[in-house]
Design a protein around this ligand. Sequence first.
Ligand SMILES: *Cc1c(COP(=O)(O)O)cnc(C)c1O
Length: 460
Amino acid sequence: MKYVSTRGQAPELTFEEAMLSGLARDGGLYVPSEIPTLSKTDIAAMADLSYEEIALRVMTPFIGDTFTEERFSDLIAKAYSGFGHAARAPLVQLDSNHFLLELFHGPTLAFKDFAMQLIGQLFQDALTRRGEQVTIVGATSGDTGSAAIEAFRGLDAVNVFIMFPDGRVSDVQRRQMTTPADANVHALAVEGDFDNCQAAVKDMFNDFDFRDGVKLAGVNSINWARVLAQVVYYFSSAVSLGAPHREVSFTVPTGNFGDIFAGYIAKRMGLPIDKLVVATNQNDILHRCLTSGAYQTSGVVPSISPSMDIQVSSNFERALFNAYGRDGAAVAQLMDELKQGGGFNVSQGALQALREDFASGRVSEDETSAMIAEAFKTTGEVLCPHSAIGVKVANAHLGTTPMITLATAHPAKFPAAVEAACGIHPPLPTRMANLFDLPERMTQVPNDVSAIQTLIRERI
Ligand SMILES: *Cc1c(COP(=O)(O)O)cnc(C)c1O
């Protein structure tokens, strides 16, 4: 299995190389050169398997000979052993035909643990074998950073620097990043928004002297290995509702398009998925684009669902690559227009292709709060604001096909918004009840790439 860049100008890589590098050297994102499929029989056989066994079967065709089956199986087992639920990704029923996929039972209480815990294991194993060290630099709107720090803390093969927008993450998110005492962890509070942080990461990857000098590795959702790890729960949940004999749909609270793109991969692999519904908050560039074809950035407006406060949705590039018939030059041109003029128009043909797989909806701040209150009243389920956006959009797309909405974070990660909406103060699970007693450690940095690069060089 080879990996190719969405912009067509970077060398093909193996799974391990793509995982360890992150962004392609032409600025593109790595995607598999072809998508392996599973037969109906393969999928039906998953009904009897644990989450870990399903993970092994779904991911193995993508990894080539990077890990032996036995080794890969061990690493998967380790990755999910710290989860607070035996099923890892349990389904809860909300209504006769609507289900919630709880993806928040990992160590930092958001779905990002599914990918990050696994990547931590895979990096450590691969780097130890190669005798190498890397510098991980990541941008976060809150959850990626805490998940990355939790996954990489204390590993000797890795230094991890996480940039987050100062003052724009919740207290729980910030403390999850600033309280780990391990010397290889560096939390950087950037004077700017998430898009500034993400742009800084991309600039560092495109600065080849720096990139090669510090052996830069990326674990943002631009890293293919992260997308791959997320494909698994589409299979596990669909199978428990009757796939492959019954179709299902998914609604996914979306920012960077990584999680929902994993659903698209599951569909291409043969999982019978009817609709993949994109749910956005007021930062609705994806909804506007799927509605009108115009992908136009307009500045981030902070919301009560901060992990989706994004206007440059990196993984959408992967969807565009497919919608444009895997034409890297066409994608490179769109990304150039985005960089020069803040937007681009998707061609009619590509828009039609996107709409065959993706529907969308947008939820305002007031609607988000109202949905948290309504769900609590009608089901007793306390939703985080991101998950509430998913449920609200899903409600508008319910039909005869079972709908699975992804609950992307635990409500205790966003206690202020949840309490304001439904009067319940969601408690942290007991395993992290001391979070507010630990000392914090972070460095404030300006929104200036070269200043941040200097700091990184000094620290490693
Ligand atoms: C990251 C995140 C999202 C958005 O996921 P993408 O893969 O960026 O689309 C949604 N909800 C929560 C809680 C998140 O942490």
